[in-house]
Ligand binder design. Structure first.
Ligand SMILES: Cc1cc2nc3c(=O)[nH]c(=O)nc-3n(C[C@H](O)[C@H](O)[C@H](O)COP(=O)(O)OP(=O)(O)OC[C@H]3O[C@@H](n4cnc5c(N)ncnc54)[C@H](O)[C@@H]3O)c2cc1C
Length: 349
């Protein structure tokens, strides 16, 4: 099925049916009926007019944080907007605009090489720049919101661009206004970064602080050395989606009150948890799953990774239903054992 959305001749954008099985890192089987590739802002103006008539449109970046269904009839917009521009050099910061379709890791490598430091802890996270604010990506002690000035997005209902400040994005742990919005409400076109001129390495994670590459240079740690150490740790710890389908952490680490944490700790002495600034505790979801006996367990075409209990994997030709049924089994076991409900991190489409 082709040209169902925008007709050839009248428009430059043409919707085509497409197999998205290799466009999501979980490698779930998915046939989409209408897919358009957005490559320029001129096309965005044209697409913007049409999107109001495309309910539940799915904006797709690198597909590394989505659980796609076997068939998708709603319009899919694949964002391929490119560009990196230094817009201002203030006394304290470099302000840089990056288009939504840029590859996240490539951008981190570019920024580090140009002396725009502060993103190195977020190296090797798969996906696009435009998706990064959606779940406020974070790793090794740094969250995107600490380095972001604003986000410019097309608001579908209002049919116009809106620039949202960091505060307006309402970021939280793996959360933002974009993640909570109804599907297809926002299409992020660019992100403005504010990278500090007075750079300090963030080495709060023991894995990173103790990495030989950093320990060797101890006093003179560079952003490049941090980037390389992060890549090294991630390559050793996480399965490569090109080899084994996965979406990174499948569940969020649940946050519980101090009271609930103490009650759990009294029952499970080895419970792994991280105190939060406001007094609550973030439990390591991977530990809860491992305790329930799921680490390395396989069920049909899906399973829990043998080294990382937080990562669910697709061994072959799995579909979303099979993966979600397996995830439900894990959630039920964790809830029964600990009284804690795990929340799925990727977006279930
Ligand atoms: C091996 C692996 C490791 C990972 N490690 C981490 C990690 O350390 N930290 C972390 O936070 N995440 C991690 N992730 C998750 C994932 O990489 C991030 O969430 C990433 O930002 C998703 O980018 P994407 O382009 O693939 O988004 P997609 O999966 O394509 O989309 C994710 C969501 O964002 C929306 N979206 C995408 N682009 C846009 C846009 N331009 N405008 C509006 N909405 C949009 C989609 O509609 C969807 O709801 C990991 C994933 C994998 C596979």
């Amino acid at each position: 099925m082709s040209n169902r959305f925008l007709q050839k001749g009248q428009h430059s954008l043409i919707a085509q049916a497409q197999d998205l099985s290799s466009c999501n890192t979980l490698r779930l089987q998915c046939q989409a009926e209408q897919v358009v590739d957005l490559q320029s802002l001129e096309q965005m103006n044209e697409l913007g007019r049409e999107l109001v008539r495309a309910p539940e449109c799915l904006v797709l970046g690198g597909g590394s944080n989505v659980i796609l269904p076997i068939t998708l009839s709603s319009l899919v917009v694949r964002v391929a907007l490119k560009g990196i521009e230094l817009v201002e050099s203030t006394a304290d910061h470099w302000l840089i605009d990056v288009a939504a379709g840029e590859n996240w890791h490539d951008w981190v490598v570019t920024a580090t090489a140009r002396g725009w430091w502060g993103l190195e802890n977020l190296a090797l996270i798969p996906g696009t720049v435009g998706a990064a604010p959606v779940q406020n990506i974070g790793a090794y002690g740094v969250e995107l919101c600490q380095r972001l000035e604003s986000v410019t997005a097309w608001h579908v209902a209002a049919q116009k661009y809106v620039t949202l400040s960091r505060a307006e994005c309402d970021f939280g742990y793996r959360d933002s206004i974009f993640k909570r919005a109804k599907r297809g409400e926002w299409l992020i076109v660019s992100v403005r970064f504010a990278l500090p001129k007075a750079w300090q390495p963030v080495l709060t994670y023991p894995d990173l602080a103790g990495h030989p590459q950093l320990a060797l240079v101890s006093q003179a740690v560079t952003a490049q050395a941090v980037l390389e150490a992060v890549c090294d740790i991630r390559r050793r710890k996480l399965p490569d989606p090109a080899v084994l389908g996965n979406a990174g952490s499948f569940f969020k680490n649940p946050v519980v009150s101090a009271l609930q944490y103490q009650a759990l700790q009294a029952r499970f002495a080895k419970l792994v948890a991280y105190p939060q600034p406001e007094g609550s505790f973030k439990l390591a979801a991977g530990w809860l799953i491992e305790y329930c006996g799921f680490k390395g367990l396989r069920s049909g075409a899906v399973g829990v990774h043998a080294q990382q209990a937080l990562v669910l994997v697709n061994y072959g030709h799995a579909q979303a239903d099979e993966l979600l049924a397996f995830a439900s089994t894990i959630r039920e076991a964790v809830q029964k054992t600990f009284g804690v409900l795990l929340e799925i991190e990727p977006v279930v489409v």
